[in-house]
Write a protein that binds this ligand. Structure first.
Ligand code: 5GP
Ligand code: MN
Ligand code: MN
Length: 334
C-alpha cells in the first residue's frame, strides 16, 4: 500500500470545502482529474470547487460536469477560500495560473501528479511518474476511499487515462493502464464515445491550419528531428485559437525517420507554446526544463517569450536539440 496515497486520503477526510485545481492549457488528463476527483469527493459528502484558469477546449465541454469548472476571475468574486487546495497534473506552481495566489495566501495544499519534472510545491506531494496519468492516480485514490462509481464518474475518470496514453498507444500504456481502463469500462465508461468526441470532431479550418504547418515543416539531423510552427496570424486567418489545434506535434513524430518533434504555436505575438515529443530514446523533458518548462521523457513543453519573429526565436531550441542528436549515436539514451 502506498503511504503517500494513504496520507492524501487522511488529509482529504479532514477537510469539508475542497478546491480541485488543474493546469493552464488543460488537456484531457487535467480535466478528467479535476472533474473525477471532485465528483468522487462529493460522493463522500464534501463540497468541491472545480478550478482551471483557462478556457476549456470545446471537445471537452459536452462531457458531464465539465461546465462547472471555473477560472480565477469567476472564483475570485467569491468570499470564501477553500480549506484545502488539491492540485492535479501540474508540475510547477506557474502551471495553475492565477490560482497560484492561493498557495501564496497559505491555503493548505496537496499535489497529485505524475510528471518526473515536478517541483514538489505543495504541503503534501504525491508525485508518481510510474503512473500513465494523473487520472489513473485518482482512480486508485478513489478506490482506496471506497467511492462508489456511477457511469458518469467512470466516464470522466476514463478520459484522462485514454488521452495521456494516446488512446493506449504510448510507452506508458502498461498492463495497469489496461486493468484500470477495463474496470472503468465495466463501471460504465464508453470508450467509443470518448474516442469519437475527442478524435472525430475536427473542424475543416484545422485542416487549413495543418496545410500551413506542413508548409513550415523542416527536417534536420539526418531527418531524425522534425519541427514546425504556426504564427498568431495563421490562427487569426481561420478564427481559431492555439487550443483548437492539438495533435500536430504527434503527426511530426509519426514520420518514420523522426525521433524528436517540435511544434510551436504563437498564442499572441511575442509568446509561443512549444510542444516536444520523442519516439524511443531522446529525453525531451530535459530540453523543456532547460527552457523553463517541464513534462515527461516522451512528451514535454515550455513557453517561449521573445521580441520579433517566432522562427528566429525558435532557433536556440532547434539548435540545442539537433546538436544533442548529432553528438550522440543513434539509440543512446539522451
Ligand atoms: P503539450 O505539448 O501537450 O502541451 O505538453 C506535453 C507535456 O508537457 C504535458 O505533460 C505537459 O504537462 C507538459 N508541459 C507542456 N508545457 C509545459 C510548460 O510550459 N511547463 C511545464 N512544466 N510543463 C509543460
Ligand atoms: Mn496535463
Ligand atoms: Mn497528465
Amino acid at each position: 500500500m502506498n503511504r503517500t496515497m494513504n496520507a492524501v486520503f487522511s488529509r482529504l477526510l479532514q477537510a469539508q470545502n475542497i478546491m480541485v485545481c488543474g493546469h493552464i492549457m488543460p488537456d484531457g488528463d487535467c480535466i478528467s482529474s479535476v472533474v473525477s476527483l471532485s465528483m468522487g469527493l462529493e460522493k463522500l459528502g464534501k463540497k468541491t470547487t472545480m478550478a482551471i484558469d483557462w478556457k476549456i477546449p470545446s471537445v471537452f465541454s459536452p462531457f458531464p460536469q465539465v461546465g462547472r469548472i471555473v477560472d480565477y476571475s469567476h472564483y475570485s468574486a467569491r468570499v470564501e477560500d477553500p480549506e484545502l487546495l488539491v492540485i492535479v497534473d501540474a508540475s510547477s506552481p506557474d502551471r495553475i495560473g492565477r490560482f497560484e495566489r492561493l498557495l501564496r495566501y497559505g491555503v493548505p495544499s496537496i499535489l497529485i501528479d505524475h510528471h518526473a519534472t515536478n517541483t514538489h510545491f505543495a504541503n503534501l506531494c504525491w508525485v508518481e511518474p510510474s503512473y500513465s496519468s494523473t487520472a489513473q492516480m485518482i482512480f486508485d485514490l478513489l478506490k482506496l476511499m471506497e467511492v462508489s462509481y456511477d457511469s458518469d464518474l467512470a466516464l470522466m475518470n476514463y478520459i484522462g487515462i485514454a488521452t495521456d496514453t494516446g488512446f493506449f498507444r504510448y510507452s506508458n500504456a502498461n498492463s495497469t493502464v489496461f486493468e484500470a481502463a477495463a474496470e472503468l469500462v465495466k463501471l460504465g465508461a464508453d470508450p467509443c464515445l470518448v474516442a469519437t468526441a475527442i478524435l472525430e470532431t475536427r473542424r475543416l479550418e484545422e485542416f487549413f491550419l495543418e496545410r500551413d504547418a506542413i508548409d513550415n515543416l523542416r527536417l534536420l539531423s539526418n531527418d531524425r528531428f522534425a519541427y514546425s510552427y504556426l504564427k498568431a496570424e495563421d490562427f487569426e486567418r481561420y478564427s481559431l485559437r492555439e487550443d483548437d489545434f492539438g495533435g500536430f506535434v504527434g503527426d511530426l513524430r509519426s514520420i518514420a525517420t523522426v525521433e524528436v518533434a517540435l511544434f510551436a504555436s504563437e498564442s499572441v505575438r511575442g509568446e509561443a507554446h512549444v510542444s516536444l515529443r520523442s519516439k524511443s530514446y531522446f529525453d525531451v523533458s530535459s530540453v523543456a526544463v532547460a527552457f523553463g518548462g517541464g513534462g515527461h521523457p516522451r512528451a514535454a513543453g515550455f513557453t517561449l517569450k521573445y521580441d520579433g519573429d517566432l522562427e528566429e526565436a525558435l532557433q536556440e531550441a532547434v539548435e540545442f536539440i539537433s546538436r544533442r542528436l548529432e553528438t550522440h549515436p543513434k539509440n543512446t539514451i539522451l
